[in-house]
Design a binder for this molecule. Structure first.
Ligand code: UDP
Length: 244
């Protein structure tokens, strides 16, 4: 089986890891995502992963109660490290070589991120989990995913969401909502479609990185798209994207 993708970044929100618990980490869900990543590796695709932290902590939660936003964001970035260590454990358990590289130095737990080290590990076929977001407050892990995708020269950024693509309206509220097959970064920003935050979309657009929006909850969905099938929306350069 061949795939057109050589190297990709997968972004999953922290909330994707909590399953039906409503908080924290459901190990069975992390194990399932690890199996999907293993399938991608078996197709020969080099995989970088960014996991959010929203299942544990978001900086805005502190700020909304009058607390210090920067400290809150530091706590959110630490949450992404917890999730990244959980994913590494699940990958290693099924025989997939994986490393965590953190934007915030914590040498007892994992290595620090550098573009060169990340590229070296990916060339060796290791799954690289990018922890700690961008390392800066006032950013999100969506932006971290777009940034890392640009830094490592990824062919595509896979954004795992609650639904299987980008819809004209919220499909949970509007039964008439339709899924886009292809759409441009520009249109996503102009229409304010909830794909990723604006900084992430802008970074992907400037670096000509397609964003593939798919359901993180569908087992085998990641692999199916890598093989050329599956359900998703491709956000790409305006010249390639069909007007809907
Ligand atoms: N965060 C940050 N800088 C970054 C990435 C994340 O400050 O570069 C903090 C921020 O507080 C954010 C939290 O980490 O709310 C968790 O990340 P995010 O909200 O992106 O997680 P997700 O929604 O994907 O679970």
């Amino acid at each position: 089986m061949t795939t057109r993708y050589r190297r990709v970044v997968l972004k999953a929100s922290g909330e994707a890891l909590m399953g039906s618990q409503g908080f924290g980490i459901d190990v069975s869900v992390v194990d399932r995502i690890a199996r999907d990543i293993a399938e991608a590796r078996s197709l020969g695709v080099e995989v970088g992963v960014v996991i959010g932290g929203g299942n544990i902590f978001r900086g805005v939660a502190v700020a909304s109660k009058g607390g210090d936003r920067v400290t809150g964001d530091h706590m959110g970035m630490l949450a992404t490290v917890i999730n990244s260590l959980a994913l590494r454990t699940s990958l290693v358990k099924i025989g997939v070589e994986a490393v965590v590289l953190s934007a915030i130095a914590m040498p007892e737990l994992c290595e620090s991120f550098s573009q060169r080290q990340a590229t070296t590990y990916m060339n060796q076929g290791k799954v690289v989990i990018f922890a700690g977001g961008t390392g800066n407050p006032f950013f999100t892990t969506d932006s971290a995913a777009a940034l890392r995708a640009a830094e490592i020269g990824a062919d595509a950024l896979f954004k795992g969401t609650q639904v299987d693509g980008v819809y004209s309206a919220d499909p949970k509220k509007d039964p008439a909502a339709t899924r886009y097959e292809r759409i441009s970064h520009q249109q996503v920003m102009a229409d304010g479609l909830a794909v990723m935050d604006t900084a992430a979309i802008a970074l992907a657009r400037e670096n000509h990185i397609p964003i593939i929006v798919f359901s993180i909850h569908e087992e085998g969905g990641f692999g199916a798209i890598l093989k050329g099938g599956g359900h998703c929306t491709v956000v790409e350069d305006a010249a390639q994207a069909d007007p809907h």
